[in-house]
Structure formats: C-alpha cells, structure tokens
Design a protein around this ligand. Structure first.
Ligand code: ZN
Ligand code: ZN
Length: 583
C-alpha cells in the first residue's frame, strides 16, 4: 500500500463512521503562544471546552506538524521535523468504548495487523487523578489479554495540555510488537521498553480535564476523544520497512541524494536522513510564507537549511543540490498539500538564495572554527562572531564543538548577542531624538504611509508578504518585507497606485485598544519580531489596513500627499527593501 492510499483509507474509514473530514490547518497556529502546529487537535481545542464545532461533533483529519524539540535525534529511525498526524475526534459525542473499537477495527481490518501483535498501555493514576480501570476492562473485553496491558503514570499516559493550560486527559496507547522475543527484562519487556521490541502506533486520549491557570485539573462539562497516530511510522509498518526514511515518504529524496553523491545511502545513513528531513521541513515552512531570518520561525528555517547545507558539504554534494531535492519533496506531496506546488517558484528561489548566501561564508567560517577550537572550549564571544560574521546558527557551532568534545559558552553568546542589539538600538534612538516638531510630523506621515504600503504589498504580491523591518527618518521611509524575488517595474507601479488611491480616498485612521489575542483574532497584522504586551493598540485605515502599532499616526490619509517609491533592493535572502518618500 502506498502512503497516499493509506492516508485516504484512514480518512474514508472515519467518514463512513459519521466523521467530517477536515483539511489540515496551517503549520503556523492561530494560538500566538506556540510557534508551530505540533498536533492534530490544535485546531479543535475550543470544541473540547464546549464551543460548538462548525464541522459537527465528529471529525477526522491528517494534520501537517512541525517540531524542533528533538532536532538532535533526527537521523535515527523515527524523528522528524516535519511529519503528519492522523486523528479522529469526538466533541462530547462518542467516548472510550467506540474510540477503542474504531482503532482496533482500522488496524486489524484495514491495515491487516494481527491482533496478536497489539499491546496497550493505560493510565495507572497519579497526583490525585484516578487510574483508568474502565479502559483496562474494555481492552480485555476486546480480547487483549491482561499480560499485554501495561500501566504507566502521568508522564507516559496523560496527554496535554499543549501549552500551560487547556484540555487534557488520561490516554491509552496501542503499541505494535515488532519481534516476539523479549529482551533480558523478560515478562517486564513490554510497550515503552527501550529495547525496541515495541513501537507506539496510536494514542487515544480521553479528554476529560481542563488544566487551569492555578495548575489544577478540573473536569470538563463533556467527555471528548482526541486521537493521534504518527503517519510516517504507520507507513513504515505497513510497507514493512525498518525505518520511516525507507518508506515512499522519504526514499525518493534519499535516492536523489545518492544520485548526486554517487554513493550508497548505506554508506552514511545518518547524513542522508538529516538532509532529507531538513529539506522536507524547509519546503513546508517556506510554503507557509516563512522566510529565513534570525528570529523565531525564520530562524528555525535558517537553522535546518544551513544544517542540511553543512551535511551536504560533508557528503561532497555539488553546489545547488538542494534544488533537486526540494523538487522531490514537492513531487511526493503536491497532490495532498497543493500549496507546495503552487508556491514551487518561491520555495526554490528562497532555498537557492539561502544556499548561495551560506555557501559564501561556510568555508571561511569552518576555517575560523578550526582556529578557535584549536585553543579549547568555545567562548561566547567567539560563538557570536561565528554567528554574526559567518552566519553560523548557535546550534551549528554547538554541533561542531560536540564533534570535537568541546563546549560552547551559551550564556556568553546570549550576552554578546544582547549587547550587540542594544548598540544598534541606541543608534536608532540617537537618529530620532530631538529632531523638532516639523520633522516629527514628517516622520509621522511617513510612518502612517508604511501601513498603506504594507497592505498594498500584500494585495499586489500575495498575502504571505510580512513586514521584516522598518526605519523612518523625517526624509524617507525604509520598509523591509518578505518576498523571494526582485519586484518588477509593473509591481512597483501597482503598489504606488494603490497607496496613492487610498490617500486620495481621505480615509480616517481609527484607534482601538484590544487584548493581544483579540487583536489577532480581529485580523490585525502583528510584527513577529516584537514581543507585545497583554493590551495593544490597533490602528485601522477603513477596512483596508489593520495593524497592531504604537503610533503615532496622522488623522486622515489625505494629509500624506503623494507616495513615491525611490528604490527597491535586496535586504538579505528572501527579504526585499523599499525606500519611499512623500511629495
Ligand atoms: Zn525489552
Ligand atoms: Zn503605525
């Protein structure tokens, strides 16, 4: 069975059982407290708490997920940055018994797993939360003998919440027995044993609690089901492969690396796997409009891309190797996630730019690293120098140091980083301070114009355009934004026209105070580099522009005069810079 067939089989199975198929949500969650979507339930969180679900009370999905927590373990059999999660949900509809029945029916009838190979775990009770006797009895009634039911505490068998508060509950996992012979632990060798005899397949969460701000578990008013099954792992079991990397979700990428290097995958599995994993992760992040940068999501993207480039170098892969690998990734997923195909040009441009940019400094940086490391452990200042001058993410320096059994002074790095930032901030303030009333008004006008420009860019180029930086003097504005290639003259003209049209409409600039979450919900754009307070000000210009901003702004757009772009240039990989004036 191919992975495509399996994905479809899962969705259809639950659709036949009355579940609504819900498409995967974005990798960028609406909840601003988390960086990436890491589980299928995230988009349904509120329905567990009783908010009515627009999809009905039973849903099923295959969710795109991205995780960086175990990035160091990538290269073994089962860890990935990008992965997919299959899941079925009940919001106050069916509960434990049906959830267990569905799971067993799917695995045994649809996937042809022998019921003999299925072992389970249940929650034994801990911290005042009762053990799950009910699940124990249901499993036994369904023919799982009690020797195959293992009990664990909070750490293994209690799921969630994703953040500090939210829905959570005891869970029960189904594990698949890969080989019959137990390890030296004999009858104690069961699910979660480190010997590798078992592999976790499916987690059924009985979502009945809400963890509140005080850290207490309160009972929810309804009983919910939340399940999660790692898709890559299921595919590896169905396709009878020892590793997820040998399934049809990865192997075409691995084969391409082999083709470029002229060597066998078996000669260095770990490096092949890291490159394949990171490239896939990068393709999906870029398809969501994320671009390499030095903060937050952009930094994660830069980190995995640069790590892949470095491993590519270790395998002597020729320059530009990332492009053909990215095309393989797109080939594998284009029918399932059409955004990877529709954004193909952007994805390839961004990857190529980042490769070219890092290629220039990587060799020199590696030489520099050799010099520094010859003296012993890496100081914070040296790590910062590698970051600032040679574009080495801190984690890369750490990895290089680890290979030589050296350490890196992380605290020192952070201090150097902070100091550097303070110096550049002080420079900005100096430039602005004491410029007089007239000049302040000019700057206010230019700042207001950036709001119009931001929206105009998004309308002309695409919704993925994000503000990456901004600098105002009384004479001109400078606006950096994410976009993979040079703007055409036609695009610049369209942007100017749209801004000028909005100026002419003499629109009023309105101000509201909202909580940060309300502001985001209301569609206000936020600048991701910024840490926002609980309460924020949202400025809107008619229904054209809506942004979280501290101001100051003019009252009506006609005050701005005429907007003119004076220059368009690159401001780093995937970032463009516009300079403009008001005349
Ligand atoms: Zn064992
Ligand atoms: Zn503003």
């Amino acid at each position: 069975m191919t992975s495509k067939e399996l994905r479809k089989k899962f969705l259809n199975f639950f659709e036949k059982k009355g579940h609504k198929i819900v498409p995967s949500s974005s990798l960028i969650p609406t909840d601003p407290s988390v960086l990436f979507t890491t589980a299928g339930m995230q988009q349904f969180k509120n329905y567990f708490l009783g908010e009515p679900s627009p999809y009905g009370n039973k849903t099923v999905s295959c969710q795109k997920c991205f995780r960086t927590s175990d990035i160091d373990q990538i290269g073994n059999n089962t860890h990935h940055t990008f992965f997919e999660m299959l899941g079925n949900w009940s919001f106050g509809d069916y509960f434990k018994e049906e959830a267990i029945d569905f799971a067993l029916e799917f695995l045994i009838k649809e996937c042809n797993f022998s019921s003999e190979k299925l072992w389970v775990t249940i929650f034994k009770g801990e911290n005042g939360i009762l053990g799950d006797k009910e699940a124990f009895e249901i499993w036994q009634k369904r023919g799982i003998s009690k020797e195959k039911i293992f009990e664990f505490g909070l750490k293994e068998n209690f799921w969630g919440p994703v953040t500090k508060t939210g829905p959570c509950g005891p869970c029960s996992e189904i594990h698949y027995e890969r080989r019959e012979k137990p390890c030296e632990k004999k009858e104690k060798c069961g699910p979660n044993c480190e010997c590798g005899r078992f592999v976790e397949v499916w987690n059924l969460v009985f979502m009945t609690y809400n963890k509140n701000k005080r850290g207490e578990y309160e009972l929810l008013s309804q009983k919910n089901i939340d399940t999660g099954m790692g898709f890559e792992r299921l595919v590896s079991l169905i396709q009878k492969k020892d590793s997820n990397y040998e399934t049809d979700l990865f192997f075409p990428i691995i084969e391409e690396i082999s083709k470029i290097s002229g060597e066998f995958y078996e000669s260095n599995k770990k490096f092949y796997r890291i490159i394949a994993d990171h490239l896939k992760g990068a393709v999906f992040l870029i398809s969501e409009g994320i671009l390499p940068s030095n903060v937050e999501r952009g930094y994660i993207l830069r980190r995995i891309l640069r790590r892949a480039i470095r491993y590519g170098k270790l395998l002597n892969l020729s320059r530009g190797f990332l492009i053909s690998l990215a095309q393989k990734v797109i080939e594998i997923y284009k029918d399932i996630y059409p955004e990877v195909k529709s954004k193909e040009a952007d994805i390839l441009t961004v990857i190529q730019n980042e490769e070219e940019k890092f290629e220039k400094t990587l060799n020199q940086g590696l030489k520099q690293f050799e010099k520094i490391s010859a003296k012993g452990n890496i100081s914070g200042l040296d790590a910062f120098h590698l970051f600032d001058t040679y574009g080495f993410p801190l984690e890369l320096t750490e990895e290089l140091a680890k290979e030589k059994e050296l350490s890196v002074d992380i605290k020192g790095f952070e201090e150097a980083f902070k100091k550097h930032r303070e110096i550049s901030r002080a420079g900005v303030e100096k430039k602005f301070g004491g410029v007089g009333k007239e000049a302040t008004y000019e700057a206010t006008k230019l700042h207001t114009a950036t709001h119009l420009l931001h929206t105009a860019l998004r309308k002309v180029l695409g919704e993925y355009v994000k503000q990456m930086g901004c600098d105002i003097t009384p004479q001109r504005l400078r606006f950096d934004f994410s976009h993979p290639q040079k703007l055409t003259a036609e695009e610049i003209r369209k942007v100017e026209d749209l801004v000028n049209q909005k100026i002419k409409e003499d629109l009023e600039i309105k101000k509201e105070e909202l909580s940060y979450n309300e502001a985001l919900k209301s569609g206000a754009l936020a600048f991701f580099k910024e840490k926002y307070p609980e309460k924020v000000t949202v400025y809107s210009i008619n229904n054209f522009s809506r942004e979280i901003c501290a101001g100051p702004h003019v009252k009506k757009t006609l005050e701005l005069g005429r907007f003119k772009v004076t220059k368009e240039e690159s401001a780093g990989a995937g970032v463009r810079r516009i300079r403009a004036i008001l005349i």
